[in-house]
Ligand binder design. Structure first.
Ligand code: APR
Length: 231
């Protein structure tokens, strides 16, 4: 009975039509990261930041989970050990694909947060900084996503899970952003096996026991078949 921790990044949602960040033509080529994904950028131009996330929320609503999301949901249903998905993605395609044990370490497009009192609530389709917080009533609404310079969610719980993982699998992430890029080392130090499934070798590919390259929509269902066949 294997205990599996799966880290996912933008690459798993690419075949659902959601853009990645660092591939050619990716989001950070179209929008300056400093302007739309930092607390300083939000303080300087909250209207631009809300426009960016409102557009991404709209894209996410029309996107559908792909074969990779669905395969991970099947794994959770049929595998006898524990399956935990730690995602850097702010979309909800894992949940809509059927997975239930999902931690959004970089937050969620579907949530709003007050930047004064930290209250969180379900996001409307379109958000504005002037929207009042339902708790403290201040006009201090921001997307509940983790920006550069902020601490990701669930860090303690993730480290505990990596310590217990028999297998750590990284899917569709470039390995450029810490702390997620360091999870492979934590899992290895704890004695777990490590596998990367990505379109191309990531920056951290040499740290994995095994690397498979190709589209997630093909690699993930194949790998899930193997795990379920050998369990
Ligand atoms: N299948 C598998 N992998 C893919 C696919 C695909 N169809 N398409 C692209 N990829 C791979 C790319 O080769 C790349 O290595 O997905 C990776 C995406 O990398 P990034 O764009 O850097 O996305 P991610 O790793 O999720 O970024 C991490 O950075 O800007 C922040 O907060 C943002 O959560 C994000 C974090």
């Amino acid at each position: 009975m294997q205990n599996i921790v799966i880290l996912t990044g933008a690459g798993i949602s690419a075949e659902s039509g959601l853009g990645t960040f660092r591939d050619a033509g990716g989001l950070w080529e179209q929008y300056p990261l400093e302007q739309v994904a930092t607390p300083e950028g939000f303080a300087a131009d909250p209207v631009l930041v809300h426009e960016f996330y409102n557009a991404r929320r709209a894209n996410c609503r029309t996107a559908e989970p792909n074969a990779a999301h669905q395969a991970l949901a099947r794994l959770e249903r049929e595998h006898s050990g524990q399956i935990l998905i730690v995602t850097q993605n702010v979309d909800d395609l894992h949940e809509r694909g059927g997975s239930t044990n999902v931690w959004h370490m970089h937050g969620e497009l579907a949530q709003a947060k007050c930047h004064l009192c930290d209250h969180r609530w379900p996001a409307p389709a379109k958000m504005a900084a002037s929207d009042p917080c339902p708790s403290c009533t201040n006009p201090a609404t921001r997307p509940d996503v983790i920006w550069f310079g902020e601490m990701p969610y669930f860090m303690e719980e993730i480290e505990t899970s990596l310590n217990r993982a028999d297998l750590f699998v990284s899917i569709g992430t470039s390995g450029e952003v810490y702390p997620a890029a360091g999870f492979v080392q934590l899992a290895r130090m704890a004695g777990g096996r490590t596998l990367e499934l990505n379109l191309e070798p990531s920056s951290g590919a040499s740290m994995f026991d095994e690397v498979r390259n190709g589209p997630a929509g093909e690699l993930v269902p194949q790998w899930v078949e193997e795990v379920l066949a050998t369990a």
